[in-house]
Design a protein. Structure first.
Length: 448
């Protein structure tokens, strides 16, 4: 009778979503987990969570527990500091979501790293981590982790200080020192320091392998990927190179042999995996919340802006057609408003309207509007679409529609061709010599 494979879960893995760095495709990753009898696996791409939904859905379909994470870039000072030395001092930190709160905090950290902290890389800092640590487990990362870097440079006391700081930020049992066996001499030195810090501060160890490719024989192909990333060739000596073929998805047996002296570090991989239980609700719409003033609801603001937009359109349209009967349009508008409110799409329409209005105000050409909601009178009144919406054909909004309404936006790529109408000052029709794709129903082309 064959003995069961040793218990081990990979918690530090880079997929193709670590662009030009990770060479592991999610489908193949999950098949490998099945082959090795691994019940769970984490994905921790560099500074991004773009692959989370694909990973989550495919992992569940394969019977593998998905652990959602990210290897974040941490600024040496704050995300407001953006100098060459700040880029050079960047360090890595692996974060794993334990629950829905942790998942939301991880999303928030990734968002802020791109919107506010971006400087060569999307960065967070320890101040942000203190504000969004709840529900997260942190690991000290690879040789580019802050603690590992101090140890590699002979600054043991500084490494201890940093370990204490992360332990204090994350809380008891939520910070782990990450040891690896990747064939690099520096790693051996760092591992020794990490073990010593673990004993000194009672911070637990965890074994990982910083997987960048699936099999050992994939290392040369991954090296080519790094060359593409850096614009170098494999024959150049002065380039980014990993100097090891050990950053592959090792089997539990291989990891057990590598860390035979540290069974606690192996056991902690499964303990962490058991603690990470994120459930994503992929059957419900999750729209951003529209910023509101005091004492006003999203629905009331939506009704008010739609009514005002409709009045402006009718005022302009009646200049060329004074005898226009508004009755069918007002009935249709009222029906659409009620459907949108009842289905919970008020904020969605307000947000899309804001995007379009910003584009128009900043002379960014946008199209007349396509998608299931393109014929909506509400969309026309809010300035989301241009043209054809005043034709009374019942509209595309229906209560029985399972999927939500969608708006397809287009921007001009060729300065000589307008993607649509309603782009504000400098409208191509007013400049002359251009064709408007919105058609004869475009309100902007109505004689004034």
């Amino acid at each position: 009778m064959n003995a069961p494979p040793p218990a081990f879960v990979h918690l530090h893995v880079h997929t193709q979503y670590s662009l030009l760095d990770g060479a592991i495709r999610i489908d193949r990753l999950l098949r490998r987990c099945q082959e090795l009898g691994m019940p769970a696996v984490a994905v921790t791409d560099h500074g991004t969570m773009f692959g989370v939904v694909e990973f989550y859905e495919k992992a569940h379909a394969a019977g593998i527990k998905p652990i959602i994470g990210c290897e974040c870039y941490v600024a040496p000072r704050t995300i407001a500091d953006k100098t060459p030395s700040d880029n050079k001092g960047l360090s890595h930190l692996v974060l794993l979501a334990q629950n829905e709160t942790g998942y939301r905090n991880l999303c928030r950290l990734c968002t802020l790293s791109h919107l506010e902290g971006f400087y060569y890389k999307p960065r967070i800092d320890k101040t942000l981590l203190k504000a969004h640590y709840e529900g997260l487990i942190a690991m000290s990362s690879c040789l580019h982790g802050e603690i590992a870097r101090h140890l590699n440079n002979g600054r043991y006391e500084k490494a201890v200080q940093t370990a204490r700081e992360y332990h204090r930020i994350m809380g008891e049992e939520n910070f782990f020192l990450e040891i690896q066996d990747n064939g690099l001499e520096e790693q051996i030195k760092v591992n020794q320091g990490l073990v010593q810090i673990s004993r000194e501060l009672s911070i637990p160890l965890v074994a990982t392998n910083d997987c960048h490719y699936l099999h050992k024989e994939d290392a040369p192909a991954h090296d080519v990927l790094l060359c593409i990333q850096t614009g170098k060739t494999v024959h150049e000596s002065e380039r980014l190179k990993f100097r090891t073929d050990g950053l592959y998805f090792k089997s539990p047996a291989e990891m057990t042999r590598a860390f035979a002296d540290h069974p606690d570090a192996l056991a902690n991989t499964t303990a962490i995996a058991e603690r990470c239980n994120v459930t994503l609700d992929l059957k419900t719409y999750h729209f951003p919340k529209y910023p509101l003033g005091e004492a006003v609801s999203e629905e009331d603001l939506f009704r008010d802006r739609t009514a005002k937009g409709y009045d402006r359109l009718m005022t302009r349209l009646k200049k060329t057609n004074p005898d226009l009967d508004e009755t069918p349009y007002r009935e249709r508008l009222a029906k659409e408003i009620e459907i949108i409110v009842q289905m919970g799409f008020s904020g969605y329409f307000l947000i899309v309207s804001d995007i379009i209005q910003y584009a128009k105000a900043n002379h960014i050409p946008v199209g007349p509007g396509r998608g299931s909601a393109a014929g909506s009178l509400v969309a026309y009144a809010l300035g989301i679409t241009a043209g054809r919406s005043l034709q009374v054909r019942g509209g595309p909004l229906r209560r029985e529609r399972i999927r939500g309404p969608d708006h397809h936006l287009r921007k001009a790529q060729d300065p000589g061709r307008d993607p649509g109408c309603g782009t504000g000052p400098g409208h191509p029709a007013e400049r002359g010599g251009y064709h408007c794709q919105a058609g004869p129903g475009c309100l902007e082309h109505q004689p004034r």
